[in-house]
Design a protein around this ligand. Sequence first.
Ligand code: NAP
Length: 299
Amino acid sequence: MNIKNEKIGFIGLGIMGEPMAKNLIKAGFDLIVYNRTKSKTASLKQLGAIVANTPSEVANNSKYIITMLTDSPDVEEVILGQDGVYQGIQNDSIVIDMSTISPNVTRDINSKLEKKKSFLLDAPVSGGSWGAVEGTLSIMVGGDKKAFDKSISLFEGMGKNIVHTGPSGMGQTTKLVNQILVAGTMNAVAEALVFASKSGADLEKTIAAVGGGAAASWQLNTLGPKLIQGDFEPGFMVKLQQKDLRLVIEAAQEMGVSVPGTSLVNQFFVGLISQGLGDEGTQALVKAHEQLSNIKARV
Ligand code: NAP
C-alpha cells in the first residue's frame, strides 16, 4: 500500500498543527482537516485540503488520522467523545497523536482503539513552532512498531529526528524526559541572564561568549536573544510548558521518583500564569527571576 495514495486526516490546527499540516501537503499528501474554531482551516483549504465538520467525519474518510491538541482531556474528547474519531473510525486505522499528554491516558485510548482493530501511536514532538514550520521536528514515537513503520513517510514530512522509543505511552514518556531537560535549561538561562544583568555585563556579548561553549543550548542560543530584546511572543506558551511539568510531576509521583528541580521551575510557571502571562513564550520565565532580584535582563 502506498500511503501517498491515502487521504490523511489532521485535527488541531494551532501554532503547531497548522504548519505541520502544511508540510504534509508540501510533501504530496492529500489532507482532510478539522479544527474546532473553523476559521483556522482557511489557509489549509486554500492549499487544497478538504475541511470536515467533525472529527468523526475525518475518521470516516481517512485511515491515518493525526491529532495535535492541547491536553489529555482534549485528546480524549476529540477521539472518544461525541462526534469523535472513534465514532467514525474504520477498521485497521492508525491514529497518530502528536500532542503532549499523559502516558496513562495514551495507553487507555490505544486499548479502546484496539477494539476497532486500530492503533494509537503517541508521537509528541520537540523543536518548537520554528521546527514545525521548517519541518525539522524531533518526533518520539510509542506504540505498535508495524503501525510506526507504515506511518514513517508522514513523520518524515514533518520532522527530521524520528525515533520509535517503545510500546504505547513510551513516546509521551520520552517527551516528559525532554521537558524536564528543556524547563530546567530555560530556568538556568533566565537565572544566568539576570545575574549577568545585575553584574553590568553586556548581555549580547555574554550570550555570544558562553553560547559557543559547554553552556550552549537551544534555550540560550535561540530564546536568550529574544528574551534580552523583550520579545515574549510565544513559540511555546508558558501555560503549555506548565501543563507538561504537571504531567512530569504526576508521572513521577506515581513512580515514586523525586523531581525537585522540575517542581521548583513548575512553581515559577504557575506564578507567571497567575500574573496573566500564560500566553507568552517560555522565555518569559525570566520575569519571575527579574522580580526576585529587582532588575531586568534587557539590552
Ligand atoms: P495551540 O496553538 O493552543 O493549539 C491547540 C489546538 O488544539 C487548536 O487547534 C485547538 O482548537 C485544539 N483544541 C484544544 N482543545 C480542543 C478540544 N477540546 N476540542 C477540539 N479542539 C481542541 O497549541 P500548540 O502550541 O499548537 O500545541 C499543541 C500541542 O503540541 C500541545 O500538546 C503542546 O504541548 C505541544 N507542543 C507545542 C510546542 C510549541 O512550541 N508550541 C512544541 C512541542 C509540543 P481551537 O483552534 O478551536 O482552539
